[in-house]
Design a protein around this ligand. Sequence first.
Ligand code: GLU
Length: 407
Amino acid sequence: MTRAILAATLAAGLAMTAACGSDDERVPNVATGDRSLTIGIKFDQPGLSVMQDSGLPKGFDADTARYIADKLHVKPEKITWKQTPTDQREKMLTAGAVDFIVASYSITADRMRQVSFAGPYLVAGQDLLVRTDENGITRAEDLDGRTVCSAEGSTSADTIRKDFSPGANLTTRENYSACVDDLLAGRVDAVSTDDVILAGYAAQHPDRLRVVGRPFTRERYGVGVKKGNTELQGQITSALQEMIADGSWQRSMTVNLTPSGYRPMPAPAVFNAPDKQVAAGNITELDPELVRAVDQVADLANKQDWEAFSRLTCAETTDAIDRFLMQYTPQYDENLGAEAKDTTFTFTINGISQVGPDTATFLARETFSKVPDKYKQYFKDIDYTGTMNRRDGEWKLCALAADFVEP
Ligand code: GLU
């Protein structure tokens, strides 16, 4: 993938990580005194997290949770593991039943209204699990007239409902292992959720189950925290960034996920998925140079002039753009290939808010058109929040966060 191609969309997930203070400041509110944590996790998702007889969960999500706990100076024996089924997660965070959740938890605009996320730390895609003797299901459109099982409250069930029902007959269960039992028993024709989860079940039954392998959404996993706990959100973000940077992310991936045949997307650029800000300012009252700089960002995003665009960003964030683009610009996903080549987009600034002489944010939206039907899950419009800072007299784009617009 060339930089010129990457330029096609502006999507810089530039981490505006709160500056980390001393180690002592990096202790979450919840972990004062003898520093304990209650962490929400799945108990039945092989590869990501399975509760073992020892009382310790095993898998990539479990490793991620332990890594975060360690960075928060919480000893492994001070962690209480709580099962957080898919449709209980927002409730449990809101009620304070868990301090944070690491459980194949997709960041969505809808969930961000109820909880806050740190991440993403993994990018997956919704796919289908079928019996090995199934010949009629090669992609999601083939679900017409067939039965498919997913977990209640999941993005997976939502997508089937929105895009493939009533043709597909959806049944929901509390968790995916119940769906897999149904599939093995012949009660349903397919199980649908994220490829990374399905790969774990397929690896348990290699002779009987297989993943179809044509993901039709993009799921960005975040660590859920109670809505508005920005301190913990920032600490977890830093921990996730360190986990990727020091090789622990890749090591856990290699031990837990790639043996199942799962081929992961590269490690994402981690940022604090910020809670949505509504900050449309009155453009005429803003520093005109700021307005010009923001206009230029939009202009170049639309013109696909990457080399020029990179000059508008802060030096420390420039390199994050390549990786971040991968998460939000599906048209460059090799798997989608030529079928998505006619898709176009428009990047529009919807508001600028100057909060000080050298600081401002802007809101923007990227809308796609000419999207082939089968890829519409990938090409959801994207909302961006950009942070502009004046450095050495020049306004630069120093952070940019994004999330898909939920219909
Ligand atoms: N990532 C999807 C979600 O958060 C599906 C996996 C799950 O249910 O945990 O809804």
